[in-house]
Every structure is written in structure tokens, then in C-alpha cells.
Design a protein around this ligand. Sequence first.
Ligand SMILES: Nc1ncnc2c1ncn2[C@@H]1O[C@H](COP(=O)(O)OP(=O)(O)OP(=O)(O)O)[C@@H](O)[C@H]1O
Length: 356
Amino acid sequence: MLEVNFNKSLGHFTLNSSFKADKGVLGILGSSGCGKSMTLKCIAGLYKPDKGMIKLNDRVLYCSDFKINIPSRNRNIGYVFQNYALFPHLTVQKNIAYGVKHLEKNERLAKVGEMIERMQLKGLENNYPSQLSGGQQQRTALARTLIRQPELLLLDEPFSALDTHIKYLLEKELVSIIKDNFDGIVLLVTHNIEEAYRICDNIMVIDQGQNLQYGKKEEIIHSPANVSTARITGCKNFLDVTVLEELEHEVVLKAKDLVFKAEKRNIPYSRNMVAGVRAHHLRLSSTGDYGGSSFVCDIVEKIEGVFSTTVIVNCMGCTFQVEVAKAACPHLLGCGGKKIKLHIPPHQVFLMKRET
Ligand SMILES: Nc1ncnc2c1ncn2[C@@H]1O[C@H](COP(=O)(O)OP(=O)(O)OP(=O)(O)O)[C@@H](O)[C@H]1O
């Protein structure tokens, strides 16, 4: 178990970090400059917090009250940096072996060989970092870290330099390494919600140095606690709404001239709130109807992507961004002048407090 509760100020930036993480992968998600890397650096002992406590499996790594600050090298934490930080003058094999240089030669070589195999680095053992692709450097860095069997693994945007194909392969590899071989805690820093969702069990969203929400990934996506979390996790549609009525299972909402419903959830309701709905949860239909949750709308703009099209619609004065899979609705994308209906599924609409 990792327990973190500290603050750290650097110039105008203040980081307040407070969370617990158990075995499994915790994603730390946030936009650029929000304090993700700083969180990892303080845990790793590369930066000293101003105040607070960091505990890893009952070992106090840092405590301002008791003036404890275990040096980075004694924390048993593996850190894979954004820029890999490989030794440029050492080959792949020697970079990886560096992590276990205290072991006897045969054991060391066996361990390094196994890691090279697992990380798909076979044939590159004698290459220097400058002779490797970004992905190969990344895997070498991961191998050098994992070979020491750390209690906590910190991954700072480990896939940011990789192309899509190798990224998927490495993601899968990483997940299987963690499942099969690594019995510790992993913190993965990313600004990509898709990546966080694919790899992590839990997600912590941070913004401007503050933890906004922490929970199971499904819960973070289904019920963001506030507008910032919803935005950081990719929500595109936000409406200022008036809560007109609370029914048994639904609440009735009004935004401009649009009256629609949201599934009732266990949150405090107030008269003025913000409703959010994700672009891929909305549906457009030229034929079907979805009972009381379909509304006539006008298409304002279509932005074509490779596999999906983003359709901007106006629905009774409200603008929505809808993501339509091209294969699913080819007829919609060329429908000149035809009346289209927008379906807003009540169970996908979440309500949040208005931020001032
Ligand atoms: N050594 C430093 N001195 C002063 N300010 C710093 C220092 N390092 C980072 N900062 C500031 O702290 C804030 C958080 O930085 P951090 O590197 O944690 O961001 P991040 O969330 O990891 O961003 P990115 O996704 O761009 O890497 C930023 O505003 C940054 O400018």
C-alpha cells in the first residue's frame, strides 16, 4: 500500500497530493503542467515535499514531522522517465544489467537475458541507445527498471514517443508483465484518457495541483464529480440546466428551450446545475424514435475523421457535439436537408455543480 499526503510549492505552483494506492495500476490523469510528474518525483525522492508524509508498505519514506527523508536510491521504487534516461555509453544489455550489478555474473546474465527476451529486444543487445528507435529505448528503460523488482513502479508517460502499433503491443506487454511478474503498485502518468482506461484499474484526476477525483475507471467515466474532471476525461457537451422536477427515477432538466431527462443518481441536486453527456453516447437518427428522449435538431457542421464523424447539431438552442461511427450510420452523413432526431439517453446524462 502506498500512502501519500504532502504539499510542495515551486514558484507559483502548489501541489497538494493526498491518496492511497494498492496493488494494481493507478492512472494519474491531467493536462499539461497540472503536477503529474511532480507527484511522481516527490514519491521517488527526487524532490522533497515542503510538508507531509509518504509511506510505502509500512515503510515511512518521507515525514516532515519526524524529519524522515529516505534517499531516492533506498526507496525501492522503479521510475521510467518520459525521456527514458538510458546511459548513452552503455549497450542495451549493459543498461539493463546496471539495475542488477550487485548480483553474481551468471545470475545477472540469466536475468538480463530473460528480460531481453520478454521485452522483445533480442538482436539489439549490443546496440547503444542512439542506435535504437523510441520504442526500443522505451522497452530497454522498462527492462532496466523491472529487473530490480521494485515495490512501486512509476511510469511517466511511458508510451508518449511510440507509434500506434508498437504502443498497443507494449501496452499489452506491460499489462501482462504486471499481471504475471510484478506484484507491486504501479502509478502511470498520462494525459490520455483512452490509455488510462485501457491500462489502469483506478484513475486519479488532477488539475492545477489538486486531486479532483479518484475511483474506479468506470465510475470516473460514468459519474465525473465536477466539470473539470468531465472535461479532462474527454466530455465535450456541457449545458447549464435548471432542474425542473425530481421524479422517482429521473430528473427533468431545462436548457434554453430544450426539456430533457437525466437518470436520478445519488448526488445532491440544486436548481441550477451543469449537465454533461459524452459525444459518443448521443445518437442521431433520421428514422427511429427513442420515446421521450428524442428531439428534432439541425445539423450545423460535420467534421470527418477516419472512422467516425463529429456532427455538431443545434437542438432547441443548445449545441451538441455527436460522434457518429461512419460504418454505423452512413446514411446520416449525407442527408441533405432531412429532419434528424437527436437521442439523449437519460442514463448517460450526469449532473454536476456549477463552477464559479
Ligand atoms: N523545477 C521546477 N521549478 C519550478 N517550477 C517547476 C519545476 N518543475 C515543474 N515546475 C512547475 O510545476 C508545475 C507542474 O509540473 P509537472 O512537471 O508536474 O507537470 P505535468 O502535469 O507532469 O505536465 P506534462 O504533462 O506537461 O509533463 C508546472 O507548472 C511546472 O511549470
